[in-house]
Ligand binder design. Structure first.
Ligand SMILES: [Cu+2]
Length: 511
């Protein structure tokens, strides 16, 4: 096959993917055979939002409405955040995307296994004033997914100004697993922001922002500043999503209790993996973690904060100064002059435990391990590099003049498992990168020893199925990828400024 992904091949692959997607589902009977179970409209448009007291903040926002099907598929979110879309596994969904932003945009359904025609590749971006429609069947298991813009090279700016939302997949089987019911769930979307005069968002200000990615000095939770939650003295399911352009969080409870994780990007851990207890959780941009938290274990009226603890070892200024204590100190001093830094201590949200009868936690029965795809012999290697404000995967950047370009080392077979090794040792600046692959759920199978900074090591969560993972300078990470749907998808750094700086490539899952 030649270098370019030909149009007729796209159509052929789509047909194959369509066949694989034809999962039977009981809800189908509600409508005619060709009709979706759910028809939504998602619109991206300028908005003024109350993210804190005082003047409203101007930005962009998604709104959504149900055109047909379950009315509870769209749940409004406060502040600067799109509504939460709630889908059920097996549902056939049609979504009309309307662009009124004033510039090109396209929506990517982050973590969702959808045909390439629905993925939201940058070449699918439409001008403002236009709309497009996608369709997919929800094949993902229950979990916490996202939707956000993907137009090149303005994903960072659009997301920062408010275009993002949660997409939750539910399954009927969750009820029997002892998980808290939806009314005892809290979603926590974390986005660090710089808020300037008159409550307006401050985006890129200096060269450091293109290099580190845009970092804020405070954390919006679900689009509001200084978020506070009243919780009953019982167990909650917390869905935590890092939707920050570049910020890595070291999430911990202020009272020192461990975090108990039950799911990561791609759904619940298996029974064999079990609940993963950590003193803190390291969360890279666009990773998710679901926690189970028993607020009943605290006294009435207790106030607990979720914080991001200070850490060193990944701050650019720190590593340029040679790391260590001197590096850290110099980094801190320079950071003061140069804006917010990676690894700074940040307040995330407050939780106040209401008085009441304590409800004992139910026993958890996590799902059985999923059947694995047959293992193939194919291997891929990708070397990551960042230099001169540009990002590279095997020496190549995303080519906005040739958006469909695929090199030979960017192809892998669909339907069987391949091992994909990422090595963060290319020529340039040593930096951590969150790596995301579209259209698949993969497993992290190996990390090279010694590269994860000591202060973040115990919070690394590689269990379960992932769509985004963090990789530190000098590190090699091996993931096992078994694409279920063939087609043209993407692999990129999910530090949005790195992505917009070209650290993105196509990958082709060949039928
Ligand atoms: Cu990066």
């Amino acid at each position: 096959m030649n270098r370019r992904w030909m149009r007729r091949d796209v159509l052929k692959t789509l047909a194959a993917g369509g066949g694989m997607l034809a999962t039977p589902f009981a809800l189908r009977t509600a409508f005619g055979a060709g009709d979706p179970d759910l028809h939504l409209r998602v619109m991206a448009a300028p908005a003024a939002m109350a993210i804190r007291s005082g003047p409203q903040t101007r930005g962009l926002r998604y709104t959504a409405e149900v055109l047909r099907g379950r009315r509870d598929a769209v749940r409004p979110a406060p502040g600067n955040l799109g509504p939460t879309l709630e889908l059920r596994r097996g549902e056939r969904v049609r979504i009309e995307v309307v662009n009124r932003t004033g510039e090109a945009t396209v929506v990517h359904w982050h973590g969702m296994i959808v045909p390439e025609s629905a993925d939201g590749h940058p070449h699918q971006a439409v001008p403002s004033g236009e709309r497009y429609t996608i369709e997919f069947t929800v094949r993902n298991p229950a979990g916490t997914y996202l939707y956000h813009p993907h137009p090149h090279p303005i994903t960072g700016r659009q997301t920062y100004h408010g275009l993002a939302g949660l997409l939750i997949v539910r399954e009927s089987g969750e009820r029997d697993m002892g998980l808290p019911a939806p009314e005892h769930e809290l979603a926590l979307v974390l986005q660090d922001r710089r808020i300037g005069e008159d409550n307006q968002l401050v985006f890129k200000q200096m060269m450091m922002d293109d290099m580190n990615g845009v970092l804020g000095d405070r954390v919006l939770v679900n689009g509001v500043d200084d978020a506070a939650f009243k919780v009953a003295p019982r167990v909650y399911r917390l869905r935590v999503a890092n939707v920050s352009n570049a910020r890595i969080y070291k999430l911990a409870w202020s009272d020192g209790r461990p975090l108990r994780a039950i799911a990561s990007d791609g759904g619940l851990f298996s029974r064999a993996e079990g609940v993963q207890e950590r003193p803190y959780v390291t969360l890279f941009p666009f990773e998710r973690v679901e926690l189970i938290e028993d607020f009943g274990a605290r006294r009435d009226g207790a106030e607990i904060a979720l914080v991001s603890q200070r850490f060193s070892g990944v701050d650019m200024m720190g590593s340029m100064m040679g790391g260590g204590m001197m590096g850290g100190m110099m980094g801190g001093m320079m950071g003061g002059m140069m804006g917010p830094s990676q690894g700074a201590e940040l307040h995330v949200a407050r939780f106040t435990v209401s008085p009441g009868v304590r409800i004992r936690p139910a026993a958890l029965a996590l799902p059985k391990e999923e059947a694995r795809a047959r293992e193939g012999r194919h291997e891929l290697h990708t070397q990551l590099a960042f230099r001169m404000m540009r990002g590279f995967l095997n020496g190549r950047s995303f080519d906005s003049q040739d958006m469909m370009a695929v090199a030979d080392d960017e192809r892998l077979p669909a339907g069987i498992a391949s091992v994909w090794t990422f090595a963060n040792d290319g020529r340039g600046m040593p930096m951590p990168h969150p790596i995301h692959i579209h259209g698949v759920r993969f497993r992290v199978i190996e990390r090279s020893a010694g590269a994860v900074p000591e202060e973040l090591r115990r919070g690394m969560l590689d269990a379960g199925y992932k769509d985004t993972f963090g990789i530190f300078p000098g590190e090699r990470v091996r993931v096992q990828v078994a694409p279920a749907v063939p087609g043209l998808f993407m692999v990129h750094c999910h530090n949005l400024e790195h992505e917009d700086g070209g650290m993105m490539r196509n990958c082709l899952f060949e039928a």
